[in-house]
Design a protein around this ligand. Structure first.
Ligand code: SF4
Ligand code: SF4
Length: 213
């Protein structure tokens, strides 16, 4: 818990409070890496986890595990961190040195890049199910997005024609179509903006409640 580390956490939470989980959608290299990796194989070979289970309870359930386990002399954080693993590989390719992989890191590599990466629709399965940093941001966003000054995803229902383009393109499976209208899930939307660029009706935008007509 060094001072720079604490400062990073505080900045992350403040940014999330005003702008939502943009770190996950715009800055996290570990999530972006598997999202791009997932594009190398056809989507018919990939799993859409929403078809089999509710994503949000798993997401917050893992977060609860991360928070509770240290009280029982155990730890999930760091041992199963895709960000740290990504760091190791970057170090290897840039500086040429590599720390040996522990069994938990090998499991993380399998889950992050394999099962929840290449073989998951959108490539963001690790973000959805296992990342506590993302879950904390979405928990905060689920409350803050109701405030008028906070930036969030806005769907103009009258413009939406229910074409599903946004839902099919969303890497987090955070957009669903209900009664022929798109509905966004604030518990796992990472504000990546993919749906905004895919909507043929320009019905989705990133803005504040204050700015709504
Ligand atoms: S709903 Fe849109 S902004 Fe949110 S994660 Fe999906 S594609 Fe990205
Ligand atoms: S892409 Fe646009 S029009 Fe199509 S379902 Fe999504 S919000 Fe509606």
């Amino acid at each position: 818990m060094s001072l720079p580390f604490i400062a990073c956490i505080v900045i992350l939470l403040i940014v999330t409070l005003f702008f939502g989980p943009v770190f996950c959608g715009r800055l996290c290299p570990a999530g972006a890496f598997t999202e791009y990796l997932s594009k190398v194989i056809p989507s018919r070979l990939q799993i859409s986890w929403r078809t089999y289970t509710e994503i949000v309870p798993f997401r917050y359930g893992m977060l609860a595990g991360f928070v509770i386990l240290p009280f029982f002399d155990s730890l999930l954080a760091c041992a199963y961190c895709n960000f740290f693993l990504f760091d190791l590989f970057v170090n290897y390719f840039v500086f040429g040195y590599f720390i040996s992989l522990s069994s938990s890191m090998i499991l993380t590599l399998f889950l992050w890049a394999g099962l929840f990466g290449i073989f998951t629709k959108g490539g963001r399965g690790f973000c959805n199910f296992l990342c506590p940093v993302g879950a904390v941001q979405n928990l905060l966003y689920s409350f803050s997005s109701r405030l008028p000054f906070v930036y969030r995803l806005i769907i103009e229902r009258q413009k939406c024609i229910g074409c599903k383009s946004c839902s099919l393109a969303c890497p987090m499976e955070a957009m669903v179509i209900e009664e022929r209208k798109a509905v966004n899930c604030v518990h796992n939307c990472i504000l990546c903006g993919v749906c905004i660029s895919k909507c043929p009706e320009k019905a989705i935008r990133y803005g504040r409640k204050d700015d709504e007509e």
